[in-house]
Design a protein. Structure first.
Length: 386
């Protein structure tokens, strides 16, 4: 999980904004002339000093103290280090970034156990999801490579004479990644890669490669399976927290929950809920889910009190109907198609989905048995047809 924290004057005192920050490309591409995009990105001067935990090879020496402020045990099991990036020739330069690393512009980091990560489609922990995504990527290459072919005469000279393809070398997604990272840091790119027609075509192909599995263009059972295994765990976690808040607003101290994640998660969330605009999310993009409580009319409130006396167990069941969820992306309201029917949204305001309708869809997207559904042997998915 990556988090960028930015202090901005317009925000109330003590609050900060958090979102994914700018980073370097995940690979070295177009470093040779005539493109000459840097191989080494010198944007990482922050957070290079660490105190690393190490195992002491010598027993403690009674009476020997470390630096002021640190106990004996702490000094024996820690080592002050400076992190540098070693190049193939053995040299290192201060401030050089790792590939894909947040730069000084976009730094603060938090890391979660990889198996528990739900802020992106976790193919490391879910082999079945990886198999599905590889299949969709191959299908996208077959569909889009001929469309990308006309770009060869413009761009091949920048990528070692190779063609521009989704499965090329570099991949089209890699070209897009490098261009976007360069633009974010003021690094010049070739003029052809400033042409909106060129970049837009690459973007369309790459978006299809990465997110077709979440779109209804794909076979329904496979689309649902990708959605369940990809964004299902995150949406399920969100739904549980909203339910807890709705049922116990005064007792639940949670006011705002911020997850900072990758661009691929934002696009997958929008695609999974059928509100994706088919554009690759920009750096610092944000999706928000807001929970609202509708004030009950006096007569309805009176009825609820009466019902609470006669049927106390029904009170909790009725509560979610008084709560609404609004999804926003890049400061735009996104009316959810699953809430379009009458009774599933606030009358006159389709962007306010009832919590009940929202949760109904999330239940369909929640894996019943994560480990079983992620097993590679389930080639058609136990719940793929839902």
């Amino acid at each position: 999980m990556v988090r960028k924290v930015v202090h901005t004057n317009p925000d109330p005192a003590g609050l900060t904004r958090a979102f994914e920050g700018e980073r370097t490309p995940v690979g070295v591409r177009m470093a040779d002339p005539p493109a000459s995009i840097p191989k080494h990105w010198m944007f990482c001067h922050t957070a290079r000093n660490f105190r690393a935990a190490v195992s002491s090879a010598t027993p403690s020496i009674p009476g020997v103290r470390g630096p002021v402020g640190g106990g004996e045990a702490q000094q024996q099991e820690s080592l002050r280090t400076v992190r540098v990036v070693e190049r193939p020739d053995g040299t290192a330069a201060p401030g050089e970034c790792l590939l894909g690393e947040l730069t000084d512009i976009g730094r603060q980091l938090r890391i979660r156990n990889g198996k528990d990560e739900n802020l992106f489609g976790n193919t490391l922990a879910c082999k079945r999801l990886e198999i599905l995504q590889v299949g969709f990527a191959k299908a996208a290459a077959s569909e889009w490579n001929d469309t990308l072919a006309p770009l060869d005469k413009k761009l091949s000279k920048y990528i070692g004479g190779n063609p521009v393809r989704l499965d090329g070398k570099p991949r089209a997604s890699g070209i897009l990644d490098t261009v976007r990272a360069a633009n974010a840091h003021g690094i010049a790119v070739p003029p052809e890669l400033k042409d909106p027609a060129v970049v837009d075509l690459i973007e369309k192909a790459v978006v299809h490669e990465w997110f077709a599995g979440c779109e209804m263009l794909a076979p329904y059972h496979q689309t649902e399976e990708v959605r369940r295994l990809g964004m299902g765990p995150l949406l399920s976690d969100l739904s549980r927290k909203m339910q807890a808040k709705a049922m116990n607003a005064s007792g639940d101290s949670l006011k705002i929950l911020i997850h900072s994640t990758h661009d691929t998660c934002l696009a997958a969330l929008c695609s999974t809920l059928d509100v994706f605009d088919n554009r690759w999310p920009a750096f610092s993009s944000a999706v928000t889910f807001e929970l609202f409580r509708r004030r009950m009319q006096p007569e309805r409130q009176q009825q609820s009190i009466w019902q609470s006396v006669l049927a106390p167990f029904r009170q909790h069941a009725d509560t979610p109907t008084e709560h609404y969820v609004r999804m926003r992306y890049q400061n735009r309201n996104l009316p959810l198609p699953v809430c379009a029917e009458d009774g599933k949204h606030l009358p006159g305001s389709p962007e306010f989905c009832t919590l009940a309708a929202f949760q109904e869809r999330i239940r369909e997207l929640t894996p019943v048995d994560w480990d079983a559904e992620c097993a590679p042997a389930g080639l058609h998915g136990k719940h793929g047809g839902r």
